[in-house]
Structure formats: C-alpha cells, structure tokens
Design a protein around this ligand. Structure first.
Ligand SMILES: Nc1nc2c(ncn2[C@@H]2O[C@H](COP(=O)(O)OP(=O)(O)OP(=O)(O)O)[C@@H](O)[C@H]2O)c(=O)[nH]1
Ligand SMILES: [Mg+2]
Length: 194
C-alpha cells in the first residue's frame, strides 16, 4: 500500500524480502545498510534471537532520490524464514508493494525454497494480493557454495512469472543492489500504472 503524502511530497513504499530460513534475507539488507550513505538511510532495526535468526522482522528505511519532485522512500523488511513463524510472516506482508524472493542455492534447500514460494503465495492471498501480479524479483543467493544448483535449474523450479532473476552472494554484496534496483523499478512502474 504505497503511501503518497502530497503535502510533504513524499512517496513511501514497502518491500519485503521473503524466503526460507537462513537463505540470506537479513544479509541482503545489512549489506544495503552498510553501503548506503548516512543521509539516505534510517536506522536498521532487527529483532533477532540469540543465534541471530530473525525473530520478527528487520527494517531499514532508505531514500532513493526523487521522482517529479516527490522524495521516494523505501521501507525494506525481511520476514523470519523459520517455518514456525508463519503468523509473523503473514503480518509483515500487510500493505506490501514489492517482494524479493531470496532463494538458497544449496541443493539441500531446494525443497525449502519451493515450500517458501508456496507459503508466500498463500500469505499474499490472505491479504488480497496475487503473486502473479505483485511486483516481484527472484534472487538466487549463495552462488559461492560448492553444492549450488545451476542457475538454470533453479530458475526453472522457482520462477513464477517473467520476473527478473539475479545471482547473488549476499555476504560479498554480489547481486544485492542489482536485485534492489530491479524491485524498486518494478514498484515504481506499478505505481505509475495505477
Ligand atoms: N556462503 C554464503 N553464506 C551466506 C550468503 N548469504 C548469507 N549467508 C550466510 O547464511 C547465514 C544466514 O543468513 P541470514 O541473512 O541471517 O539469513 P536469513 O534469511 O535472514 O535467516 P532467517 O532470519 O532465520 O530467516 C549467515 O551465516 C550468513 O552469513 C551467501 O551468499 N553465501
Ligand atoms: Mg533474517
């Protein structure tokens, strides 16, 4: 639910990073936080367990310049990937403008990736959104690991429409900003079309 404040000439959009446990969602937005200049970012808020698993969400507001005189602000959220936090995942999708699906490239996580896309579809539906129409990007993360499934195979198994696909190594920042730029572009296009 994009929030356009005409008086303040501001556009606020919500982007959610979704995906199975430990796929690298938090690492993505940590990288964005680390590489964004101070004036353009707010505080990174993380609610994590003792072992650094996301407990409820991570939140990072960033500013990405202006469009026709409107300042654009993107609120990046991650969901907790662990299966039993489904209620939180659902809640965090409320009012979403765009979704980045972060897939874990390791062979042993392919089933978890597939389950998580299905879970995303269901949770979006509960908010009245359709995965087939929501602005969406697919990131194949952990490309550095030896057990990584080929990008082609992953794309075949996980792609839901003609969404852009990015290979990434979030720990090294590879693919992180390409993914973010793509989802921002899709969200803004969607906004224009409304
Ligand atoms: N080798 C490798 N490790 C990665 C990569 N991205 C993230 N990791 C590691 O994977 C682990 C989990 O990363 P997180 O970003 O916490 O994963 P998450 O998706 O937020 O996990 P939950 O919050 O539990 O859902 C951490 O140890 C990261 O350093 C990557 O591209 N390559
Ligand atoms: Mg996390």
């Amino acid at each position: 639910m994009t929030f356009i404040n005409y008086a303040a000439r501001e556009i606020n959009c919500k982007i959610v990073y979704y995906g199975p446990g430990l796929c690298g969602k938090t690492t993505n937005i940590q990288w964005v936080h680390d590489k964004t200049r101070t004036e353009a970012k707010g505080k990174l808020i993380s609610l994590a367990t003792e072992t650094d698993r996301t407990l409820f969400f991570d939140f990072l507001p960033i500013e990405l310049g202006s469009i026709r005189g409107f300042r654009t602000r993107f609120h990046l959220y991650t969901v907790p990937g662990q299966v039993f936090y489904d209620a939180s995942r659902k809640l965090i999708l409320k009012g979403v403008d765009g979704v980045v699906f972060v897939a874990d490239s390791q062979e042993m996580r392919m089933d978890a990736n597939i389950d998580s896309v299905q879970n995303l579809r269901e949770n979006l539906k509960d908010h009245g959104f359709d995965l087939d129409t929501v602005p969406y990007a697919l990131q194949l993360n952990k490309r550095d690991l030896p057990s990584a499934v080929s990008a082609d195979e992953m794309t075949k198994a996980l792609r839901v429409k003609n969404e852009p696909v990015f290979e990434a190594v979030a720990t090294q920042g590879r693919g992180v900003f390409d993914t973010l730029k793509a989802i921002v572009k899709l969200v803004l296009l969607d906004l224009r079309g409304r």
